[in-house]
Every structure is written in structure tokens, then in C-alpha cells.
Design a protein around this ligand. Structure first.
Ligand SMILES: [Zn+2]
Ligand SMILES: [Zn+2]
Length: 138
């Protein structure tokens, strides 16, 4: 079973099921800004498989667009997952807060058209070319 935590450690969670779909490096501007990093690393998790061991009351969210809730740790700012009202059973999970090895590896780069100019992709993973140029929003 996978475990993880926010940066300050008050929120602790377990993922009690499979990770769904590919582990994706997403270079879109949303992932960059929502994570404060060069790209987002995301995978699907069934909402029912996500269990909070501590700190669930520290969870906060904002809506990046109507019906898309982005959950983060109000204690320290760690971005945790995205949950759409339309399909609330599946969350888009940010893997950076994991504390264990999921025994799977990243499978693709997504939206490389929006890639930050300082990022050099040096692996052989498939690249999906979508996304507006760096610095522009779609
Ligand atoms: Zn925290
Ligand atoms: Zn993205």
C-alpha cells in the first residue's frame, strides 16, 4: 500500500488500491502553476481508495474552473489532487507527495508544446505535443 504526506507532515494518507492510467509528466501551464514546479506528475486514483490517516481537516480546495476542485494542504501548501464534480470517483493525483515507491514509472510527457524553456527532456518516453506556447494560457 502506498503512503504519502504533505510537506509539513500534518496530512497523511494511504492509497488502498491501484494507480489508474499512465503516470504522466504534464508540462501544461496549469500543472506548472498549480505545482509551482517545472511540470506536474500525475496519475489517476479512485476516490474511494484514498484514505486520510491524519490531517483531513487541513485539506482545502479552490476551483480552477467551475466544477474542478483542486485540493491542497492548508497547513503548508502541498498540492494533493484534483477532483472533478462530473466524475468525482476518479481523482487526478499529484505523485510528488508520495513517501513510497509505487513500483511504476512515468510513461509519457503530456502537453510538451507548453514546456518550460529551462526543461530539457532527456528520456525516450512518448511526447504528446499539445498545449499553447510557454507563457500563454489557453
Ligand atoms: Zn502540511
Ligand atoms: Zn497539466
Amino acid at each position: 500500500m502506498l503512503t504519502g504526506s504533505c510537506a509539513c507532515g500534518q496530512i497523511r494518507y494511504e492509497i488502498r488500491g491501484e494507480l489508474l492510467g499512465p503516470i504522466t509528466y504534464c508540462h501544461c501551464w496549469r500543472c506548472r502553476k498549480h505545482s509551482g514546479s517545472s511540470f506536474g506528475t500525475t496519475v489517476g486514483v479512485r476516490a474511494g481508495d484514498l484514505a486520510f490517516v491524519s490531517g483531513e481537516d487541513r485539506l482545502a480546495y479552490w476551483e480552477s474552473s467551475p466544477g474542478i476542485k483542486r485540493y491542497f494542504a492548508s497547513c503548508c501548501g502541498s498540492p494533493l489532487y484534483k477532483r472533478p464534480d462530473e466524475s468525482p470517483d476518479l481523482v487526478g493525483f499529484r505523485l510528488g507527495t508520495l513517501d513510497g515507491d509505487p513500483d511504476r514509472r512515468a510513461e509519457m510527457h503530456f502537453h510538451v508544446g507548453s514546456k518550460a524553456p529551462w526543461v530539457e527532456i532527456a528520456d525516450e518516453l512518448p511526447q504528446e505535443p499539445g498545449g499553447p506556447p510557454f507563457g500563454e494560457r489557453d
